[in-house]
Design a protein around this ligand. Structure first.
Ligand code: CA
Length: 229
């Protein structure tokens, strides 16, 4: 059975040939196209060359282990990663999740279960990608200058949008009011410090409406503002 051209591409990274081909069979039957890599060293270059829609990543691999691979992938890609692991210890499970993997299954697993997980992850990521430049739950859409939080539109003015984008794109970095003003206004119109404070205040109010428990924009006393996750 051949997958249609628009089928989501799943990269299977698994050094046990039988298991890899079993997974490939089930995934293709479910309508996915698959590629297979058996050596850990080949994964990162392959993802850079032809990014898949999802990676099944075995933990124990020749060349390089799954954890290291996952960490490096996360430095340049947010491709969904489903870890396959034979280690059942809780500590390892946690490690598996803290390195940026989306989910994991422990061996022995049923291929059906893996397919179900793959479908669930791809559904979630399709949902995530419906906004652009999405990281976490805050989604910024440059084309429309709109921001959504947990799917709710924040209804920002263009200035508020630029302010949020500047802070959000540089999480943790503290911006002075002067620096923010430079980012907000392309012309040399005269604005005061108070103007920035007012926009920040309005932006916070809007963020607060969608996420009351969490203060995303922090004041740093005597310096300015920063975005905190
Ligand atoms: Ca293995």
């Amino acid at each position: 059975m051949t997958a249609p051209d628009n089928a989501a591409a799943v990269m299977i990274v698994e050094d046990e040939p039988k298991l890899a081909s079993l997974l490939a069979d089930y995934l293709r039957q479910a309508g996915y196209s698959t590629t297979h890599i058996a050596n850990g060293l080949e994964v990162v270059p392959a993802v850079k060359t032809a990014p898949p829609d999802l990676i099944l990543l075995d933990l124990m691999l020749p060349g390089r282990d799954g954890i290291e691979i996952c960490r490096e992938l996360r430095t340049f890609s947010d491709v969904p990663i489903l870890m396959l692991t034979a280690r059942v210890e809780e500590a390892d499970r946690l490690t598996g999740l803290h390195i940026g993997a989306d989910d994991y299954v422990t061996k022995p697993f049923s291929p059906r279960e893996v397919v179900a997980r793959v479908q669930a992850i791809l559904r979630r990521s399709a949902h995530r990608q419906s906004g652009s430049s999405q990281v976490g739950v805050l989604a910024l859409d440059d084309e429309q200058s709109t921001a959504r939080y947990g799917g709710r539109n924040l209804d920002l003015t263009p200035i508020e949008y630029r302010l949020l984008k500047t802070l959000y794109a540089n999480k943790g970095r503290v911006f002075s009011r002067d620096q923010l003003m430079d980012k907000l206004y392309n012309d040399y119109r005269v604005v005061t410090d108070r103007t920035v404070d007012t926009h920040i205040k309005n932006l916070r109010r809007k963020l607060d409406q969608v996420s009351p428990d969490h203060e995303m924009i922090r004041s740093v006393y005597g310096i300015g503002y920063k975005f905190e996750e």
